[in-house]
Ligand binder design. Structure first.
Ligand SMILES: [Mg+2]
Length: 207
């Protein structure tokens, strides 16, 4: 854990889903890009949104790949222990994902000890909220969880998870999953999910 600065207080944790609560690498992004003709470097959702004409076909491609990945999904290392420990500590938890809700719910069926009931709120692609890295999702979750925006810790494995935190004004923990990955200015960089507990509980004990 390499904190750039100490948080004031963590009152809620917002998790990314794919590659954060699930083991990384299940969604075949290269296959999606190939089928949609989406260039590398262009975010897929934004590409689909900007396509002319009916978006039903490209969205059905996304849905198919996501559901295939959901069938194979497994909990990430330490994900179930972490979520259960945070619930035990009384922290409200949420999922904020660019995936569709049905795929998240299906993935959670592969988690032996977790289900949607462990999360106070979930915002997915089907919700009428601008996707990450737009900060709208964090603002909405702050009011749903009844916490202040700066007291939210946003945990995720992609640049957008750090960018949304920066744009919203909350804390970020960037999860590398043990890979040599970097992003711009996260509050914390962590290799494994269990490090989140030290951030949150260590902080809670100080207040
Ligand atoms: Mg992710």
């Amino acid at each position: 854990m390499r904190p750039d600065h100490q948080p004031a207080c963590v009152a809620a944790v917002v998790f990314d889903f794919d590659g954060t609560l699930t083991r990384p690498g299940e969604i075949d992004f290269a296959g999606i890009r190939r089928e949609l003709g989406c260039p590398v470097g262009t975010p897929i959702l934004e590409y689909v949104h900007n396509l002319p004409g009916d978006r039903a076909d490209p969205e059905s491609v996304l849905d198919r790949y996501e559901m295939e990945a959901a069938e194979r999904a497994e909990p990430n290392v330490g994900a179930e222990d972490l979520v259960l420990a945070l619930v035990e500590h009384g922290l409200p938890l949420a999922i904020l994902t660019r995936n569709m809700r049905r795929a998240v719910v299906r993935s959670l069926e592969n988690f032996p000890r977790l289900g949607p009931e462990h999360f106070v709120a979930m915002i997915a692609r089907d919700d009428d909220i601008r996707p990450k890295p737009d900060p709208e999702g964090i603002f909405r979750l702050a009011s749903m969880l009844r916490v202040s925006v700066p007291s939210i810790l946003c945990v995720g494995d992609y640049d957008f998870d750090v960018e949304i935190a920066r744009r919203a004004g909350c804390l970020s923990a960037f999860l590398t999953n043990g890979q040599a990955m970097t992003t711009t200015h996260p509050d914390y960089t962590i290799d494994r999910l269990d490090e989140v507990l030290a951030i949150v509980v260590g902080d809670a004990w100080n207040h």
